[in-house]
Design a protein around this ligand. Sequence first.
Ligand SMILES: [Cu+2]
Length: 123
Amino acid sequence: MIQTSNSAIKRSLACATALVLCVTAAWAHAILVASSPEANSIVTGPNIDITLKFNVRIDGTRSVVRLVTADGTARALSLLPGTASNVISASASNVTPGRYKLAWQVLASDGHITRGEVPFSAK
Ligand SMILES: [Cu+2]
């Protein structure tokens, strides 16, 4: 574990208060590795399929995805049954043209919560 501590520290900023545990657990907290829509992409509404893929298994029942509009209005999206334990899926309807963010928060298998945003535009 020691030889990975430098990269682990960089990846553990979201878990700074539990840094020792994160390093010991080889940063098993969730990091987003792929998304649909992709960050900064332009997708066609009004129905958008959303997929977020993480580096580790996440607890879908304790994870949240919100669609945030340019004016800051957020709506929680219902998560769909996952195709894999490290993937969460959702579907957004009535998405009008504009700029949005997917604001996600997930609970990883190491018990740590991480969150992030994926900005995209709908046309
Ligand atoms: Cu962690």
